[in-house]
Design a protein around this ligand. Structure first.
Ligand SMILES: Cc1cc2nc3c(=O)[nH]c(=O)nc-3n(C[C@H](O)[C@H](O)[C@H](O)COP(=O)(O)O)c2cc1C
Length: 198
């Protein structure tokens, strides 16, 4: 099986990229494979544009760049998002990737009647966020819970995609990054564990 790891960070030397690389190495230690899609380096344009809106309104076809992104997701058996926490959510680059790629008719369909059809039930999702504030702050303010409501439920459950991992890694300047990298490798190693058991 194959995992698509989407990374949204402009610095390839960042901890976010290291986490993605270690996660991929964890996958490669199993019978499965992965690829890292560095959407910052690829120059993905996150702006939801007039063409996207026309497609959303079914007045126009979906643009070629978005069809290519959807095809890349379709080739994968699992979708992994690795991203830094920006303002208690995902970075705008990744939010724009969701806005543009998770189109009506592909990720979900609300045009078939009163009930929304969830179209990504076949796609397990793994979320790895990296934040700088400590876990107490996240818990006290409810920030991580808010992220799970907005991202895990609001985006992926809305489309029927099961979220199998939802992890918040905390990075501080003083702290050793090794435990976070080990966690990433472990997540990669277990990415397809449920499928292997069946
Ligand atoms: C624009 C911006 C907003 C940020 N907002 C948050 C935040 O809301 N909560 C948090 O814990 N960290 C926040 N951070 C810190 C990043 O999450 C942190 O720098 C990053 O995860 C560290 O890993 P990196 O080396 O991959 O950048 C923010 C950083 C930036 C640049």
């Amino acid at each position: 099986m194959h995992a698509l790891i989407i990374v949204a960070h402009p610095d390839s030397a960042s901890l976010t990229h290291q986490v993605a690389t270690h996660l991929a190495e964890g996958v490669s230690g199993t019978a499965h494979s992965s690829e890292i899609a560095d959407i910052a380096a690829e120059g993905f344009d996150p702006r939801f544009n007039a063409g996207d809106l026309a497609a959303f309104r079914v007045d126009a076809p979906i643009s070629a760049d978005i069809l290519a992104e959807q095809a890349r997701v379709e080739r994968a058996d699992s979708l992994v998002l690795v991203y830094p926490v920006y303002w208690w959510s995902m970075p705008g680059l990744l939010k724009g990737w969701i806005d543009r790629v998770f189109t009506n008719g592909w990720a979900y369909d609300d045009r078939q009647g009163p009930k929304v059809v969830k179209k990504l039930g076949h796609l397990p999702v793994h979320l790895v966020a990296i934040g700088a504030a400590d876990l107490r702050t996240h818990a006290r303010r409810g920030y991580f819970a808010a992220m799970r409501t907005q991202i895990d439920q609001g985006i992926f459950d809305f489309c029927g995609a099961p979220v199998l991992t939802s992890e918040l890694l905390i990075v501080t300047e003083a702290a050793d990054v090794a435990p976070n990298l080990k966690t990433a490798r472990d997540i990669g190693g277990k990415l397809f564990a449920a499928a292997d058991r069946n």
